[in-house]
Design a protein around this ligand. Structure first.
Ligand code: NDP
Length: 448
C-alpha cells in the first residue's frame, strides 16, 4: 500500500477506535478520507499539520436532557444534541433532526458531512448539526411546542448569529423553527433573526428556503446530464420520501419537463404512472400531516405499495430524498438494470458504499448529497445575508442565486475530478473541493 494510503487508513482506524459503535459516522468519514490520498500527496503540508485528524474531531459536542409534559400530563424525557464540528469558515451551520432513531453518531455523521458541504457552497459558514430522539409524528401542536421550548431552553446558550445557526432537517419544519425561535427570543430578550434559518418569510425567513434543497438537487442533476448533452426533459424519475426535500424536488423536475412516477414515506410507496399530482401530495403532507397511503384513496389510478422498495420502479433518474442508507447495493443494481442513468441525492448519505460502487462502476452519473443537496444550506446562508442587512429578496432573485450557486458547485466538483484524473467522479470532486477549502483555513489559523 502506498504511504499516503496507509496513513489515511491509520487515521480511519483511529476514528473507529475513538468513536465506538458510531457506524454512520465511521461510514461518512471513510467515504471522505478514502478520496483524500491524492490531495495529501500533492499538498504534504496538510499531513504535517494533521488536518485530517483534526477535521475528524468535532470542536465541541453538547448533549442535554429535554424534559417536557405531554397532553395527558405525563412527563417525557428526550435527549438533545448539538455537535459543533468545525468553524474555520464561519459560524457552525446545520439543521436539527427530530426522529426517534437519532443517536450521537447520527448527528456526528451529519455534522461531518455538513463541514464539507458548507465549504462547497463557497459561503462563509462552518459545519454543525443537532437534534433529538423526539418523534414529532402523532404529537399535537401543543406537545411539539412544549418540546421545542424545553429543547431551546438549554440550547440557546450555545447559539448566536455569529456562533451557531441551526435550521430544519427531518422532523423539523417551519412549525418547529417558529417555536424554537420564539423561545430563543424569550430567553435572550433579543430579536436575533440570523440565529435560525428556515423561518417563515412572514418574520425574517427567506423566500425559496423551503424549496431550496429539492430544487438545488434537481439543478445538480440537470448539470450532470448536460455534461452528456442530455437534460431532464421527458425523463421518467423516481423521488423517495415525501417530505420537504422530496416535494420540492418533484416540483422542479416537473417544471423542467420530467415526470415523477413514484414517491414514498416510511409506510410505503406511491406509484402513479401518469405522474404524481403535486397539489394532492402537498395537501396530504404539508397541510394535513397524513400518511402517503391517503394519496391512492384520492387518485384511484395510483397504486400504494406497502413496504415495497421504491427502487424497483423503472426510471431514468433517481433522487433518494428520505434518509441515510435507504439505497443499498441490491437496489442500485436494480436501478441500473432498469435503465437508470443519473442519481442525485436529496438526502444525506442515502446510498450505501456498495450502492455507490455499483453506480460508479456502471457509469451512472452519481451526485453525492454533500454536493447535490447543498442548495438548502446555501439558501440558509442567503437568509442570513438578508437578516444581516434587514432586507428581503424576491423569489425570482433568490432562486436565480440558488441556481448560480448549484451550477458553480457542479463546475467545481467536475473540474476537480478532472484535475485529479477521475473525470465525472463527483464523490472525489466534492470531497476534495470541500476539504481543501477547510484545510487551507485550518492551516492559516494555526493549531486550534
Ligand atoms: P422531512 O421530515 O420533511 O421528510 C423526510 C421524509 O423521509 C418523510 O417522507 C419520511 O417519511 C421519510 N423518512 C424519514 N426517515 C425515514 C426512514 N427511516 N425510513 C423511511 N422513510 C423515512 O425531512 P427532509 O425532507 O427535510 O429531509 C430528508 C433528507 O434530506 C434527510 O436526509 C435530510 O438530512 C436531508 N436534507 C434536508 C435538507 C433540508 O433543507 N430540509 C437539507 C439537506 C439535506 P415518514 O414521514 O414516514 O417518516
Amino acid at each position: 500500500m502506498p504511504d499516503v494510503q496507509k496513513k489515511v487508513e491509520e487515521i480511519y482506524q483511529q476514528v473507529v477506535r475513538r468513536n465506538p459503535g458510531e457506524l454512520e459516522f465511521h461510514q461518512a468519514v471513510k467515504e471522505v478520507i478514502d478520496t483524500l490520498g491524492p490531495v495529501l500527496k500533492k499538498y504534504p503540508h496538510y499531513a504535517e499539520h494533521k488536518v485530517i485528524e483534526r477535521i475528524c474531531e468535532p470542536e465541541r459536542q453538547i448533549i442535554f436532557r429535554v424534559p417536557w409534559q405531554d397532553d395527558s400530563g405525563e412527563v417525557q424525557i428526550n435527549r438533545g444534541f448539538r455537535v459543533q464540528f468545525n468553524s474555520v469558515l464561519g459560524p457552525y451551520k446545520g439543521g436539527l433532526r427530530f426522529h426517534p432513531s437519532v443517536l450521537l453518531g447520527t448527528i456526528k455523521f451529519l455534522g461531518f458531512e455538513q463541514v464539507f458541504k458548507n465549504a462547497l457552497t463557497g459561503m462563509p459558514i462552518g459545519g454543525g448539526k443537532g437534534g433529538s430522539d423526539f418523534d414529532p409524528k402523532g404529537r399535537t401542536d401543543a406537545e411539539v411546542m412544549r418540546f421545542c421550548q424545553s429543547f431551546m431552553t438549554e440550547l440557546h446558550r450555545h447559539l448566536g448569529e455569529h456562533t451557531d445557526v441551526p435550521a430544519g432537517d427531518i422532523g423539523v419544519g417551519a412549525r418547529e423553527i417558529g417555536y424554537l425561535f420564539g423561545q430563543y427570543k424569550r430567553m435572550t430578550n433579543r430579536y436575533e433573526s440570523g440565529v435560525l434559518t428556515g423561518k417563515s418569510p412572514h418574520w425574517g425567513g427567506a423566500l425559496v428556503r423551503r424549496e431550496a434543497t429539492g430544487y438545488g438537487a434537481v439543478y445538480f442533476a440537470e448539470e450532470m446530464l448536460k455534461t452528456k448533452g442530455d437534460s431532464l426533459a421527458g425523463k421518467v424519475c423516481v423521488v423517495s420520501g415525501a417530505g420537504n426535500v422530496a416535494i420540492y424536488a418533484i416540483e422542479k423536475i416537473q417544471q423542467l419537463g420530467g415526470t415523477v412516477v413514484a414517491c414514498s414515506d416510511s409506510g410505503g410507496v406511491i406509484y402513479h404512472e401518469r405522474g404524481i399530482e403535486l397539489d394532492t401530495l402537498k395537501q396530504i403532507k404539508e397541510v394535513e400531516r397524513k400518511r402517503i397511503s391517503v394519496y391512492a384513496d384520492i387518485h384511484h389510478d395510483a397504486k400504494f405499495i406497502p413496504s415495497g422498495s421504491i427502487w424497483d420502479i423503472p426510471c431514468q433518474v433517481a433522487m433518494p430524498s428520505a434518509t441515510q442508507n435507504e439505497l443499498d447495493g441490491t437496489a442500485a443494481k436494480k436501478l441500473v438494470s432498469n435503465g437508470c442513468i443519473a442519481v442525485s441525492e436529496g438526502a444525506n448519505m442515502p446510498t450505501t458504499p456498495e450502492g455507490v460502487r455499483v453506480f460508479q462502476e456502471s457509469g451512472v452519473l452519481y451526485a453525492p448529497g454533500k454536493a447535490a443537496n447543498a442548495g438548502g444550506v446555501a439558501t440558509s446562508a442567503l437568509e442570513m445575508q438578508q437578516n444581516a442587512t434587514r432586507d428581503a429578496w424576491s423569489f425570482e432573485h433568490t432562486e436565480r442565486r440558488l441556481h448560480e450557486i448549484m451550477i458553480e458547485i457542479h463546475r467545481a466538483c467536475y473540474e476537480t475530478s478532472a484535475e485529479f484524473g477521475a473525470t465525472g467522479n463527483y464523490v472525489l470532486g466534492a470531497n476534495i473541493v470541500g476539504f481543501k477549502r477547510v484545510a487551507e483555513a485550518m492551516v492559516a489559523f494555526g493549531l486550534i
